[in-house]
Design a binder for this molecule. Structure first.
Ligand SMILES: [Zn+2]
Length: 233
């Protein structure tokens, strides 16, 4: 195999390597990224905490209502108990009873709000759990695909690394140095095809002597326009 053909092969190996290595990194990053599920689980945990808090508050309110109702009952009984009380005592009891009724009414409103909140949260938790479950399924499916792709890419990259080493072993040091320099300078494209006497990358004409060498492919000659190694195409 002549040196220009070897360089062409090397470049196609290097290009495939670049592309697959990029994809490999992206797949690995995706496999490591669990932020969406973490966010969903966190939100679920927060809703459950809020529910448990609201349930506790509701229970407290209900207990307090119960105890206030018992107290109101006692006050009513005292008020209508018929024992001789001074008007001042009666008035004080009546005011106490009124206060209790107001407090009970407020607490009942509060309890109703809490019940609505509990109901809302229960609905949100059910919805959130459904979203989380379907996302977990989807995530698992994606991960399976990504893991398979990861393994395929890894195998291919290992093979490319070996092919690359083999190919470089067959190319002379000067040509390799030129190739590596051009790969860096020319965004990975060290070679340029030429046809009908013109470089197909930059459109500059190729002198006939260079064209003859490039056609034979036994030495690396460069384009006078873009500086890339020429191969006949
Ligand atoms: Zn050129």
């Amino acid at each position: 195999m002549n040196v220009v053909t070897l360089l062409q092969r090397l470049q196609s190996i290097d290009q495939e390597w670049d592309e697959k290595a990029r994809r490999f990194q992206a797949v690995r990053a995706q496999l490591e990224d669990t932020s969406l599920l973490t966010t969903l689980r966190e939100a679920d945990r927060e809703r459950r905490e809020a529910l448990s808090k609201a349930q506790g508050q509701l229970q407290d309110a209900e207990l307090e209502i119960e105890s206030l109702r018992a107290k109101a009952q006692e006050t009513q009984e005292a008020l209508y108990g018929g024992r001789g009380r001074s008007p001042r005592e009666v008035e004080s009891l009546r005011q106490g009873a009124e206060q209790l009724q107001r407090r009970i009414a407020d607490l009942e409103d509060h309890a109703l709000e809490l019940m609505a909140r509990v109901e809302d949260l229960e609905g949100e938790i059910a919805g959130g759990a459904e979203t989380l479950a379907s996302q977990e399924t989807e995530d698992q499916r994606q991960r399976q695909e990504l893991r398979a792709e990861y393994m395929t890419l890894r195998t291919r990259l290992q093979a490319l690394r070996d092919e690359r080493a083999e190919m470089r072993g067959e190319i002379g040091r000067a040509e390799l140095a030129l190739y590596d320099q051009l790969r860096t300078q020319k965004a990975g494209m060290a070679l340029a095809p030429f046809r009908d006497g013109f470089c197909q990358v930059c459109r500059v004409s190729v002198p006939s002597e260079k064209a003859r060498i490039a056609e034979r492919g036994d030495a690396a000659v460069t384009c006078e326009g873009c500086g890339r190694i020429l191969y006949h195409a």
